[in-house]
Design a protein around this ligand. Sequence first.
Ligand code: BEZ
Length: 223
Amino acid sequence: MENETKTIIVEKETQSMPRLGEAAPYFEANTTHGMKKLSDYKDKWLILFSHPADFTPVCTTEFIAFQEIKPELDKRGVDLLGLSIDSIYSHIAWERTIEEKFGKKIEFPIIDDLSMKVANAYGMIQPGEASTAASRCVFVIDDKQKIRAMIYYPLSAGRNMDEILRLIDSLQTTDKHSVATPANWRPGEKVIIPPAGTAKLAEERMKDKSLDCVDWFFCKKSI
Ligand code: BEZ
């Protein structure tokens, strides 16, 4: 038990956790599509995601689901990059099996992170879940290479692709219009105007017929 605690502490020390709004940790890694580095994705959005292991059932469903939303991500200018602590040969064999048994060709690259360099830089190893496998993490990295969102899921729960697309839509919409999005927002629905910071602005908001204000601090609008 003591040894187990020590191992967890050591692993925690070697890992860093990325933070929202900060530069995405740099990486250069071998992938199923050759060497890839963070700067290859400059001026594009990137979803960097990890999975615990190749040839496991939940991960297989997730890979098929990520491939299925790829056309929607392409429309939004978002690339996909997978990662696990498995070899390139394992990734290739698994991709081939997915195509043969499930009829789905995986078209995005997958990082071979046997060294755990990228996983440690992004805090993907959550020792309480597993110390030799990455958890189900999703990092949304914007076109300025900043970390804009992070999702951490346990090994037992496959991720929801609708939510990942919704999150991208929210980030891109709020960037474009300087607004925020409410709970369960979907594209086409009204967005939230950031709260008025002065009494004068609060007064003006309540008089503005183009806004849908419940109170001075709670206004929505169509975009
Ligand atoms: C899976 O993908 O099925 C899986 C992977 C690691 C632990 C549990 C389930």
